[in-house]
Design a binder for this molecule. Structure first.
Ligand code: ZN
Length: 332
């Protein structure tokens, strides 16, 4: 179920990986033997241990790809695994893999992959995608996802995990970097996830932050309120602020606005509360920028960074990652 038939390609891939693995293991095995003087103790080192040892001494990325779970886990009934070879586009790939729910799975999975890949131009035939997810109402919650990119020459990984001190789970790569970038400024007190970027939908001119109704919305820069609550059929309650450099910042779909036209705001001032007003189907902030009549990307304007998982979380994350990797390698 939820599998695309890739039998035409997959055996070839497996053969070549197995071939590489065999060579590599022989080399590692030899290295381990010589390092320990070829004693009996060394001769009981297993293939798995050799691969782990390679990782510990800083093996090349290819080694990581060869590390497979000792015992593939059975997939619990509440989880689903979609694994496919990419063909034409990500959307098309997911549609073929799951004609009924592929579109929504694609939309949610894209939020993890678009930070590293241009989903329009960077995909190549033969790339492989895997998504482990469960349903929460109509939306998939992605527990883990991988994308093997020929263009990048590496595999993008994302594991769902809640870091200490965070109000929400996020997604972290195998090496402990947060997958979604964060703005270098705050536009709200806290948010669950960035769910849309500029042009991730047609004529989408801002960034969407999913957050509960009532979350305080903050202007990241000092400025003057130009207008509030215009075009409410589409924007809902909104605030437009002109920053010092003339750039207009717009905060839309608010449940309420707390400022008046002409009011001067210092950086970090509250402009209103997150909501679901106007043309919106779930509580979120739409934040967009305009300068001289042109759309400006908040990621570029404010700058971004990637967080690293706190050291105290590493052991817990590694255990969770091992659990999710085993599930990703489940055969159905
Ligand atoms: Zn939006």
């Amino acid at each position: 179920m939820n599998w695309i038939d890739t039998l035409g390609q997959r055996p070839q891939v497996l053969v070549s990986v197995a071939g590489a693995s065999l060579v590599l293991n022989l080399v590692l095995f030899g290295a381990l033997l010589s390092r320990s003087g070829g004693t009996d103790e060394a001769s009981v080192v297993t293939v798995q241990e050799a691969e782990v040892a390679a990782l510990e001494v800083g093996g090349a990325p290819v080694v990581e790809d060869l590390l497979e779970p000792v015992a593939p886990a059975a997939l619990p009934s509440h989880l689903q695994l979609l694994r496919a070879e990419v063909d034409q586009s990500m959307a098309r790939t997911f549609q073929v893999a799951d004609p009924e729910k592929g579109d929504v799975i694609n939309a949610v999975a894209a939020r993890l992959f678009w930070w590293d890949l241009d989903l329009r131009s960077d995909l190549q035939r033969g790339d492989e995608v895997a998504v482990l997810y469960r349903w929460d109402g109509d939306l998939p919650v992605i527990e883990a996802a991988t994308y093997e990119s020929k263009k990048l020459g590496r595999t993008i990984t994302a594991y769902r995990y809640q870091a200490t001190g965070d109000g929400w789970t996020s997604w972290w790569s195998a090496d402990g970097e947060e997958v979604p970038y964060r703005l270098n400024v705050d536009v709200m007190a806290d948010y669950e996830q960035i769910t849309a970027l500029i042009n991730s939908r047609v004529r989408h001119h801002g960034i969407d932050f999913k957050a509960p109704v009532g979350t305080p919305i903050l202007t990241p820069k000092a400025g003057t309120v130009v207008r509030t609550n215009w075009n409410t059929k589409y924007n809902g309650n909104g605030v437009e602020v002109r920053y010092g450099d003339g750039t207009l910042g717009r905060f839309l779909h608010l449940s309420s606005t707390d400022v008046k036209e002409g009011q001067h705001l210092s950086a970090g001032a509250k402009v209103g509360l997150c909501g679901n007003t106007g043309r919106s189907t779930a509580s979120h902030l739409h934040y967009e920028l305009e300068k001289d009549g042109r759309v400006v990307d908040p990621l570029e304007y404010h700058g971004t960074h990637r967080r690293t998982l706190p050291a105290a979380d590493r052991a817990g994350f590694e255990a969770e990652r091992a659990r999710l990797d085993a599930l990703l390698n489940t055969s159905t």
